[in-house]
Design a protein around this ligand. Sequence first.
Ligand code: NOJ
Length: 664
Amino acid sequence: MKQNWMLLLLAGLLIISCNQNEHTATVQSPDKAITVTFKIDEGIPFYQVSRNDYPIILPSRLGFLLKEIPGLDKDFRIVETKQSEFNETWEQPWGEVKTITNHYHQLVISLEETTEYKRKLELEFRVYNDGVGFRYRFPGQPNLNEFTIIDELTEFKMADDLDAWWIEAYANDIDSECITKKNKISELPAKMHTPLTLVGDQVAISIHEAALIKFPAMALKPNQSKTLKADLIPLSSGDRAIVSTPFHTPWRTIQIGSKPTDLITSYLILNLNEPNKLGDVSWIKPGKYAGIWWGMHIKKHTWEAGPKHGATTKNMLAFIDFAAENKFSGVLAEGWNEGWEGDWIKEGNFSFTKPYPDYDIEKIAQYAKEKGVGIIAHHETGGNVANYESQLEDAFDFLEQHDIHMLKTGYVNKKPGGENHQSQFMVNHFHKVMETAARHKVMIDVHEPVKDTGLRRTWPNMMTREGARGGEYEAWSEGNTPEHTTILPFTRLLSGPMDYTTGIFDLQFDSTGTFRVHTTLAKQLALYVVIYSPFQMVPDLPENYKGNPAFKFIQDVPTDWETTKVLNGEIGKFITTVRKDRNSSDWYLGSITNEEARTITFKLDFLADKKYRAEIYQDGADADMESNPLPVDILNKDVTNADELTINLAAGGGVAIRFYEKNK
Ligand code: NOJ
């Protein structure tokens, strides 16, 4: 909701610098710390970015190469520049923070070719106190209608050889689930996905994009020393994108802070997305969910029907009882529909309207309604998008008929010769599903998704997604390294919420000892605060929570926040996050460490000037993620905002705290 807004459009007048002879234009952030300079040098467009006169991005190329026609990369002149200022505060209907300030200075540069074609291209820069967004606009024009992009030339020529925290692009079919690596920019060996986090002594930068619509995702290619170049994920034809004018690209974003923790509370990506398009969103509600899921990952159950079938009527009714008893809003059922038999990863021939015979959807829907619990449907596609799209309307009608308002989708695999997960084709497909879901009043959680670029602002039914190695890797692989979750907040999570699925209590579930969860139990709790998602799963088998007092933290912890603060953190080592509940005066703290045990001290000055009781769930004295992961000490302590707390985290451990007002 807009509380106030100000729009100054002073065409031509407010231009800080636009010298037709030098062909430059400059714009600064509202606090004047960040400066973007655009220039045309011998017909070629460049931009550069500095912060407090310290170079961040050196002159870097802009433009496109097109198929069968001359590129839009040279022979330009500046026709006009316009500068404006925008300042508003707006409210997220749900989120990690309620109120967001959107204050920027904008510079729009209209270019025209000096050749006979006289084609026009516009560059739009928005400069915030926490970074820069820019995009290309292709106005409608006689000499540019439908065209094919074969390369985007945008560069990020970094001034310093910063440390890059990156995941490889094109590594496999679901490459967003690669392990994060760290290299100097000049030593990056492969193409990578964004968000890409770059860190130096005085600066932390995240390169990403916002509002990815009708265009391929942008990966980055290390070019020459310290230069990163846009690499649009190609279609199966090899072309990058097919567009028709008028058109604009997604925003290329450069978030800039003094230290990595600053990036976590930057809302630039959301600000660059359009406001809520759905109008009344009172039907959209964050929550917690249990479900028929972990049992399949640890091989107790199967997705397909048979003697170990997980999604049976009996199991589902029991899960609904479990959710109702604990006030969880939903229950997920995977493997409820026909198509899991055989090699579903290869085939993906699922039906989205035919339940297995032992899953009585009518009875389940009726029972869920009586208990006030929502069913979370599951549409695994196996990457067979054609099959899914051919059933899309029927699939959503089916959800509507059964009063289902939450859906998890999945795209395990890519068909041979098929489309890349982040290509224009898949971006369009995800968009279609998101819009169809909104029309049917369905919230979505996408696994194996297109990366998040803040579309939840415009489509608030786009709740959460996977898009990185989640907790499930602990069930059937070598697992997630203890530092993995201390990296995610500074990398993948900068793009948006993640359905990580923390909350396993039976950490040593495998009697052969081959698989296990590589954290302490207290760290599983802390991750509910550290990893933001409006939908958090309570994934373990209900019997594993029974009688464990640590379960109270999962019952209490909210998933919708008024404020978020990061108290401390170093990428790959530790992080402490606090969040204030949106619907009460409670605060919650999550702090986690990598494989090193450490002692952390933090001030409680984020609390209001009141008396609080801290309910602390910390690693027991001898806890250790490998040898002794289960002990959790639960302590109660009276605190105020003048206090400091010192907590010992075990190796691979964490601490979770609920602060509530004492006299309430
Ligand atoms: C991978 C998803 O991440 C997981 O949550 C799901 O259970 C399986 N695919 C099956 O759809």
